[in-house]
Design a protein around this ligand. Structure first.
Ligand SMILES: CC(C)(COP(=O)(O)OP(=O)(O)OC[C@H]1O[C@@H](n2cnc3c(N)ncnc32)[C@H](O)[C@@H]1OP(=O)(O)O)[C@@H](O)C(=O)NCCC(=O)NCCS
Length: 130
């Protein structure tokens, strides 16, 4: 998987139980994922169509460093699906453990907000057409 973004959990990011607020994690993942989708699809015009089941596997606490990773899962006609993982890093040992996982689907749109095909060159590069 490719490292896309790194965040440090701040006091402003936690909820009532002292864990990172889920909505903040979702925005970190969505932002990292759209950055990857734009880069892969060679356009700044990708919009989030779907986030699949989101698993919050471990709590994130103030001071934790979080790395967001992504990988292309599939590319269709107008959409791309990315596997996304957020991992907490132990800054002393470099060890990482998954805290959150999901899959995000983006659709390419034109200037009117209508879906349009992802370029053939992109699909070929990632092996989704001959
Ligand atoms: C993006 C948008 C223009 C797509 O138009 P649409 O008519 O809904 O398009 P479709 O339902 O035909 O889906 C388009 C693509 O998404 C895929 N898709 C749709 N629903 C899906 C689902 N539940 N799971 C996985 N993929 C899905 C389709 O398979 C299709 O991909 P393909 O062309 O690669 O086969 C429209 O849904 C939209 O504007 N959504 C809001 C986007 C938004 O505001 N996002 C949040 C902020 S960025």
């Amino acid at each position: 998987m490719e490292l896309i973004a790194t965040h440090v959990c701040m006091t402003k990011d936690v909820g009532v139980h002292g864990n990172l607020f889920g909505g903040i994690m979702l925005s970190w993942i969505d932002e990292a994922a759209v950055a990857m989708a734009n880069q892969v699809c060679l356009t700044p015009n990708m919009v989030t169509r779907k986030m699949t089941e989101i698993l919050f596997e471990r709590p994130v606490k103030v001071g934790n460093t979080i790395r967001i990773y992504g990988k292309v899962n599939t590319i269709g006609n107008t959409s791309i699906s990315l596997d996304m993982l957020a991992k907490r890093i132990n800054v002393y040992t470099g060890e990482e453990e998954v805290v959150t996982s999901t899959q995000v689907v983006f659709v390419r749109i034109d200037e009117y907000g209508q879906k349009i095909p992802i370029g053939e060159k992109v699909k070929r590069k990632y092996g989704f057409i001959e």
